[in-house]
Design a protein around this ligand. Structure first.
Ligand SMILES: [Zn+2]
Ligand SMILES: [Zn+2]
Length: 316
């Protein structure tokens, strides 16, 4: 059990979400500030066991359930990232589960800036997944694509009432889109080229923004082709490390290509509020912490429909 930090909390983990980026994290060799050995897991929900002696925020009480922000930044006024409201880019603050001890553990010590109080009624597994899977999409769409409007991303988009064309390789993802109200005519059938679909439905020139959650060569090329002149591509997925960009086409179409990374405290607060109001309903399966290697394998093999949150055997 770690010590309780004076300006932080000792947390007993209740659930930890498994992320696609856990595998690349296992594969990386030496990144600066990475410990040689550390505990993975960057999506967490836990219970406060102890409160540090110098914590002044009286809202936090022993026994409260909280969401955990994996990368809260250092929070210092003289930090070039934190002072510009970009704590997720701060190199100095702790990175739970990303080179430093994270949430696939029984206990974790966190800074008070990593702790977010919960609205009532959200299961721990959903909270865990909300902190990254939902929040990354939310941050990208609301803060980076900066649309007046706001799987998870799709629900966020639907909240704001935008028309959305959906494409995925897996039929079950498209079925979910249908379930949350996307008309069948706005769903690209599995196996059909996105570019052909857009052309065939007379939508060429009408796609304002492409939310590119995949990041493969093909999906990025599709995005470049289908986005309207003056439109935006929001880059969220990273499956291929390098994507090719036709510079001339980018200039001729006057495209905005925007990258996004992670989310922040306020994003998690807003996401949890949308979940509590049942406006966003993240789908989460529960698993056991000791099954992590298997869950990660299934995730890589595309065998997991949504997200999995892990709990200790004693909690399951
Ligand atoms: Zn992640
Ligand atoms: Zn900082």
């Amino acid at each position: 059990m770690p010590d309780t930090p004076p300006r932080g909390l000792l947390i007993k983990l209740l659930a930890s979400g498994v992320c696609h980026s856990d595998q690349p994290l296992l594969d990386v060799e030496n990144r600066p500030k990475f410990n040689e050995k550390y505990i993975l897991g960057h999506e967490g929900c836990g219970e406060i066991i102890r409160i540090g002696s110098r914590v002044k925020d009286v809202r936090f009480k022993v026994g409260d359930r909280i969401a955990l922000l994996a990368v809260p930044g250092c929070g210092l006024d003289n930090c070039s990232e934190c002072s510009r409201d970009l704590p997720q880019l701060c190199a100095d603050g702790v990175h739970h589960g990303i080179g430093q001890d994270g949430f696939y553990a029984q206990y974790v010590a966190v800074d008070i800036r990593a702790a977010i109080l919960l609205p009532s009624g959200i299961p721990s597994g959903v909270v865990a997944v909300a902190t990254d899977a939902v929040t990354t999409a939310y941050h990208g769409i609301t803060r980076r694509a900066e649309e007046d409007w706001v799987s998870n991303a799709l629900q966020i988009v639907r909240v704001i009432g935008a028309r959305v064309i959906v494409s995925d390789l897996r039929q079950e993802k498209l079925d979910s889109a249908l379930e949350i109200g996307v008309p069948a005519t706005d769903i690209v059938p599995v196996g059909k080229s996105v570019q052909d679909f857009i052309e065939g439905s007379g939508l060429q020139g009408n796609i304002d923004t492409v939310l590119e959650f995949v990041g493969e060569h093909q999906t990025f090329q599709d995005a470049l082709q289908i986005v309207r002149p003056g439109g935006k591509i929001l880059c969220i997925g990273t499956l291929d490390r390098i994507n090719e960009l036709g510079r001339k086409m980018g200039i001729r179409k006057r495209l905005s290509i925007i990258f996004t990374y992670g989310g922040q405290y306020q994003d998690i607060v807003e996401v949890l509020d949308l979940i509590a109001k049942k406006i966003i309903l993240p789908q989460v399966e529960m698993g056991r912490l000791q099954d992590f290697p298997e869950v990660l394998r299934d995730l890589r093999a595309g065998k997991i429909k949504d997200r999995v949150a892990l709990v200790f055997d004693t909690e399951a």
